[in-house]
Design a binder for this molecule. Sequence first.
Ligand SMILES: Cc1cc2nc3c(=O)[nH]c(=O)nc-3n(C[C@H](O)[C@H](O)[C@H](O)COP(=O)(O)OP(=O)(O)OC[C@H]3O[C@@H](n4cnc5c(N)ncnc54)[C@H](O)[C@@H]3O)c2cc1C
Length: 501
Amino acid sequence: MNTTYDVMICGAGPVGLFLACELALAECSVLVLEKAEQPDSLLKQLPFGTRGLSSLSVEALDRRGLLAQLEVPRRLKNPFGDNKSLQAGHFAGIAFQYPDIDTAQWPYRLPSSTPTNLLAEMQELESVLARRASALGVRILRGHAITACQQSADVVSVQANSQSFHGQWLIGCDGARSMVRKLAGFDFAGTEPEFTGYTTRVDIADPEKLSPVRTKTPRGMYFQSQPGYLAMQDFDGGAFHNGEEPITLAHLQSVLRRISGTDVTLSAVHTATTWTDRARQASSYRNRRILLAGDAAHIHSPLGGQGLNLGLGDAMNLGWKLAATLHGTAPDGLLDSYHDERHPVGAQVLDWSRAQVAAMRPGPEGQALHAIFRDLVGTRDGATYFAARVWGIFTRYDLDAGHPLAGLSAPNFECEDGTRVGDLMHGGRALLLDFTGDAARQACAAAYGERVQYVAARVRESLGISALLVRPDGTVAWATDQTTGHDGLPQALARWFNPAA
Ligand SMILES: Cc1cc2nc3c(=O)[nH]c(=O)nc-3n(C[C@H](O)[C@H](O)[C@H](O)COP(=O)(O)OP(=O)(O)OC[C@H]3O[C@@H](n4cnc5c(N)ncnc54)[C@H](O)[C@@H]3O)c2cc1C
């Protein structure tokens, strides 16, 4: 039978799987085509299988009941026995510390909030997402690399494993070297690399010759996050990564010696991979019936660890909009708001990674910038700012909705019965949360039937808010401080949920 799926997703990485879950939760039929035969075939080869999840990713997973399924270590264990465990993150290798971060400066953080950041095992995250996708009815075909695609006015067809598959929409979630992006002719503009980054697991014969903390030298940077887990940045213009040379012990040792300025000796290489700081972004995230999300839409260096978070944010933003488009309930322009909202967020992350590269450059300019950033990061306001940027606390869509909370991720308000916003969003529906039980607000939501869930509840800490409308992706679409009244609420509902549908 020649099935036409609602959505075909290319790539069963974390972004493709999370997006598949979002679409299936909204009752779309979804096919995921994945090149790799086995779910963990690549991940098992890579050192550093953990990823830092930002506040926004933690919230997104919590809002779908997935956070509880991850056995996430809260913070890095401290293998060196020094004060590394206080490190909350870094900018250009300059660590900021938990005790310096003043979360009171973030007006919408609540004691009931989910953590600002966590570490997750990529392999575990992917298997939790794959299990959920399958439970929701998503069809995942592994060993199916997409090799061709065509789109017409109402269908997209792809070829994979000598077979044809059809869908109303195709989403490229196939990573940095995205085949979908190339086949569909997306423009991918940006900047070329300045360095080759190395992520390795090695045996070091004389580790005492190296500094135990992230170290910038006039020739580059090196860091051991745990004994033997060695990362380096070598400012070679990305030449080694782009070349054909294998990553040998002799090569790694010579790079490490040059960067560290020591005669340190490597006795074995267990695994090693390279990457660069190339930073590129699709100029448009949509080409008619084909869209991009995750690394397929944007690439940048992993410095500061934001790529996965950016991709999960894309998936959360796109899923409900595409589902509403498929169900005929989307207001005009809803699907295009995916690009409008997510492209600027991606551009900011690319610039964040470029700024780090500028401060890491060998030479006097880089050293001077680095010194200034070190001063800034070392202050309380500085640490608070850098943490907020890395954890997505400041990420805000420009919704022009007249309240400072609009466009931000909804605070995790806790109702008096202990239920939190995150719990109320497991079904993936919009939420009108009303702390005063105003009948007029309830009537506004009722006009949208099942699509907008109305909950009247007292909360433990209201932050001065009286009611808020939360989109299915957790973004506040409208909020008021007035104890009664619904000024702007009908407009906000109509803007996102189409009253005529
Ligand atoms: C060393 C390192 C550390 C990092 N640390 C962090 C961190 O701490 N925090 C963070 O947020 N991010 C981090 N990142 C970035 C993060 O890993 C990526 O941004 C994230 O994995 C992207 O997910 P994705 O699903 O978009 O792409 P991928 O994970 O690359 O998945 C793409 C999938 O598509 C499949 N595919 C490819 N081509 C085809 C095809 N033609 N047909 C079908 N399937 C195909 C691939 O097999 C793969 O399964 C780090 C990256 C690196 C390298």
